[in-house]
Design a protein. Structure first.
Length: 395
């Protein structure tokens, strides 16, 4: 047995990022994910660069380990095949705009009529109901309307997006959690259900600290750069050759830092005596700390602070991250087999299990690579029946 979801089958109508990231997580956990794509073109994400000998690295990064089957969703024969597949799967994931699956004939009520136990997960920009339900949304829209962008960036400067697609990925993570919860509940009730996860809702949920501060004070949180609004130091500071993250969560740790750094004079400075004082006098505190931290390289600071138990860490670029010995030992960079390109590197999974480990071995599939396999093994179709579907342009 490999992966805690071994034996679970997922039918994926997902495309682009939010939906495929969710189904990729399920695949990493051992589920068999069957991805439905348009004949010929496939998922639009396949055309996103950069490319490795014609293979989209973007598509690879969120579709590893899945199986691809091509289906013309507007073809009546294809619809009949899909309904037969629905009867044999546990989960359906889609991330079309609300109403699209209904118009295609695959809405929850119809699918549930074919399989009452199915977990049907819809991921969309604004959810299945509400004033904005029909509004289109990409990652940046979700980050902007959900509050994330408003608290990201440097004080007094224009807001900036988070450096990765947290709008899509945040929704994908919530969807995966909800799916697993619904699977667990189904063990008791024997019933499936419809899950509605919105990208914007997910951003609001991830802004919990900022919302909590607003509820408590009535003050609208503003971007603060890298610093934490409630603790100082808790931020990124410049060093002689780069940047370092420095955190002192208690007054005892602040005192220890000052002693280790050879600046015990700061302890007697009334402007910085307590965390509250350091926040109140941050305009004086920041330039002083910048000057201090620039006296040593990042490596020198780490060598000084780590043995003292002071929380700190380098600000690594992506090349440093993927080549870090700890990251490598944690198997956060793994190689997968691609049928045409051989070994390709992908990011591993942070989910580690003692008995049922995740195994990431296969790269992304070519468009429709598993159509014949799925139709013959899952639906017991003959080669002649499959060929007839091809001629009818159903697959």
């Amino acid at each position: 047995m490999s992966g805690p979801l071994t034996g679970i089958k997922v039918l994926s109508f997902a495309r682009a990022l939010a939906g495929p990231y969710c189904t990729m997580l399920l695949s990493d956990l051992g589920a068999e994910v069957i991805k439905i794509e348009e004949p010929g073109s496939g998922d639009l994400a396949r055309r996103n660069g950069p490319f490795i000998d014609g293979i989209s690295s973007y598509f690879l990064s969120v579709n590893r380990g899945q199986k691809s089957i091509t289906m013309n969703l507007r073809n009546e024969q294809a619809k009949k095949v899909i309904f037969e597949m629905v009867k044999q799967v546990d989960i359906l994931v889609e991330n079309f705009r609300p109403g699209v699956m209904d118009r295609l004939g695959f809405g929850y009520e119809v699918i549930g009529g074919h399989n009452a136990k199915i977990i049907y997960a819809s991921v969309s920009g604004f959810g299945q109901k509400g004033p904005y339900a029909q509004k289109p949304a990409f990652d940046m829209i979700a980050q902007g309307m959900g509050g994330t962008v408003s608290i990201t960036g440097e004080a007094g400067r224009a807001p900036v997006r988070v450096g990765f697609s947290i709008g899509d990925i945040g929704a994908a993570l919530y969807a995966a959690v909800a799916i697993l919860a619904a699977l667990h509940e189904r063990e008791r009730s024997g019933k499936g259900q419809w899950i509605d996860v919105a990208m914007v809702d997910s951003q609001v949920a991830l802004c919990e600290n900022a919302c909590a501060r607003y509820f408590a004070t009535g003050e609208i949180p503003q971007p603060l750069g890298s610093r934490h609004p409630l603790t100082t130091p808790f931020q990124i500071l410049p060093t002689q050759d780069g940047y370092i993250v420095l955190i002192t969560a208690t007054e005892e740790e602040w005192q220890k830092f000052c002693k280790v750094a050879g600046r015990e004079d700061l302890l007697s400075d009334s402007r910085f005596k307590s965390n509250k004082d350091r926040i109140a006098n941050y305009s004086f505190y920041e330039p002083l700390m910048n000057e201090l931290m620039k006296t040593k390289t990042t490596a020198e600071w780490l060598a000084l602070l780590d043995p003292a138990g002071i929380m700190c860490g380098p600000v690594n670029n992506i090349a440093q991250v993927v080549n870090d010995p700890h990251i490598r030992e944690r198997e956060m960079v793994v190689e997968v087999d691609h049928p045409r390109l051989g070994k390709l590197k992908v990011v591993g999974t942070p989910m580690k299990f003692s008995r049922t480990p995740c195994k990431i071995e296969k790269a992304c599939p070519d468009v429709g690579a598993h159509t014949g396999e799925i139709l013959s093994s899952m639906l017991k179709m003959s080669p002649e029946e499959i060929e007839r579907l091809r001629k009818e342009k159903a697959i």
